[in-house]
Design a protein around this ligand. Structure first.
Ligand code: NAD
Ligand code: AKB
Length: 312
C-alpha cells in the first residue's frame, strides 16, 4: 500500500479539528499535516505536525506540498454563508482561489486524492424544498452558494480533463461540541446548546418554523472518511454528493433540549440569516450516496442532543 501523507488546509476550523484528529488515528500522527491561517487549535496541539499557511499564497502552498511529500489534500478553508454575505468579494475570492490553487498544484505534483466540501447552500429558492434530489434545479442566491456550485464544476472539470481524483460532499449544517462554527446560517443549532447550559435561555436568529438539513459531526467525519476510502469505481458523481442526517426547526430542537433541561426557554429574533435559510431546502434526498458508496447516518435529533449535552 502507498504511504500516504495528508495535508489538511483549514485544520483549526469547526470540521478541520475533528477531521485532522480522525485522520491522524487512521494514518498516524506524523502523516497528517495540519495547516491554517490562524493559530493551531488547542485540541490539535501536540498531536502532530502543524504549519501556519495562507492557502491564497500558491507558491507557499506548492513548497509545502513538495517539502512534506504530500499525497492527499483536504481543503477546508472557506468563508461560510452568513459571513460571506457581509463580504461577498472576499468570500468569492477565498472560496474560488483556494480551490483553484489546490487543484492546479495537485495536477502538477500528482497528488492522488483531494477532498473539498460543498454545501446544501448550492440549492436556492427554486430547488425542491422537501427531499431535494442530487440532480435538480440549482440557482443559489448567496455568494457562498454560488462559490460552492462553481467549485463543484471545477472539481468535475479537473477530474474529466486531467483525471484528478477529487471527491466532495454537500454537507448540511454541522453540529459539534469540540470546535466552534465559523459564520454559517446553521450556527444557531450549536449556539443553542452552549446558551441552554450556561444561561438556560436562547434568542434564536431564525424563526421557530425554519426547517433545515443538519448533521452531527461524528456522522460528517464518518461520511468524509468513507467517501475518501471508497474504491474509485464507486465514485460516480464528480461534482458533489448530497448526504442527509436529520432535519429540524429551532422549535423542535428547543423542545428536545427541554427534555434534558426543563427550565430552558427560547425566543426568536430573525435577522438577515432568515432569508438565507429560507432559500435552502428543508430536507435532502441522499439516495445516490447511499447507493454508490453505502452512506448511512448514525445520529438523529434525539441521539445528537443527548450526546451534545453530555459532552459540552
Ligand atoms: P470554519 O470557518 O470553522 O473553518 C475554516 C478554517 O479555514 C478556519 O480555521 C480559518 O482560519 C481557515 N482559513 C480561512 N482562510 C484561510 C486561508 N486563506 N488560508 C488558510 N486557512 C484559512 O469552517 P468549517 O465549518 O470547518 O468548514 C470547512 C469546510 O466545510 C468549508 O468549505 C465549508 O464551506 C464546508 N461546510 C461546512 C459546513 C458546516 O456546517 N460547518 C456545512 C457545509 C459545508
Ligand atoms: C452555513 O450555514 O453556511 C454552513 C453550510 C450549511 O454550508 N453551515
Amino acid at each position: 500500500m502507498m504511504k500516504e501523507k495528508i495535508l489538511v488546509i483549514g485544520a483549526s476550523g469547526q470540521i478541520g479539528v475533528e477531521l485532522t484528529l480522525a485522520l491522524r488515528k487512521i494514518y498516524g500522527n506524523a502523516n497528517v499535516v495540519a495547516s491554517d491561517l490562524r493559530e493551531e487549535n488547542e485540541l490539535l496541539k501536540g498531536s502532530g505536525p502543524y504549519v501556519s499557511m495562507d492557502v491564497m499564497n500558491k507558491e507557499m502552498l506548492h513548497v509545502q506540498v513538495i517539502r512534506q511529500n504530500i499525497t492527499q489534500i483536504y481543503l477546508l478553508a472557506a468563508i461560510l454563508s452568513a459571513t460571506g454575505e457581509k463580504n461577498p468579494n472576499l468570500a468569492w475570492s477565498l472560496n474560488m482561489q483556494s480551490l483553484l490553487n489546490v487543484l492546479d498544484i495537485a495536477k502538477e505534483e500528482k497528488i492522488h486524492k483531494i477532498y473539498w466540501p460543498s454545501s446544501i447552500a448550492v440549492f436556492g429558492p427554486t430547488s425542491p424544498k422537501q427531499n431535494c434530489p442530487q440532480q435538480t434545479v440549482i440557482e443559489p442566491i448567496t455568494v457562498y452558494g454560488i462559490s460552492k456550485y462553481a467549485g463543484e464544476f471545477w472539481c468535475n472539470y479537473y477530474h474529466q480533463r486531467w483525471g484528478l481524483d477529487v471527491r466532495s460532499i454537500r454537507y448540511p449544517g454541522l453540529i459539534s461540541y469540540k470546535s466552534a462554527p465559523g459564520g454559517g446560517t446553521t450556527d444557531y443549532a450549536v449556539e443553542i446548546f452552549h446558551e441552554a447550559l450556561e444561561e438556560k435561555k436562547y434568542e434564536c436568529f431564525l424563526r421557530e418554523d425554519t426547517y433545515l438539513p443538519m448533521m452531527y459531526m461524528p456522522d460528517a467525519i464518518k461520511a468524509t472518511i468513507e467517501l475518501m476510502e471508497a474504491p474509485v469505481e464507486k465514485i460516480k458523481i464528480r461534482t458533489s454528493y448530497n448526504i442527509s442526517g436529520m432535519s429540524f426547526s429551532p422549535k423542535e430542537i428547543a423542545a428536545e433540549i427541554k427534555k434534558h433541561i426543563p427550565e430552558f426557554s427560547i425566543t426568536y429574533k430573525p435577522d438577515y440569516r432568515q432569508q438565507i435559510a429560507n432559500s435552502w431546502p428543508q430536507s435532502i434526498d441522499d439516495s445516490v450516496a447511499r447507493n454508490h458508496w453505502g452512506w448511512k447516518e448514525d445520529y438523529d435529533l434525539s441521539d445528537m442532543t443527548k450526546d451534545m449535552l453530555e459532552n459540552l
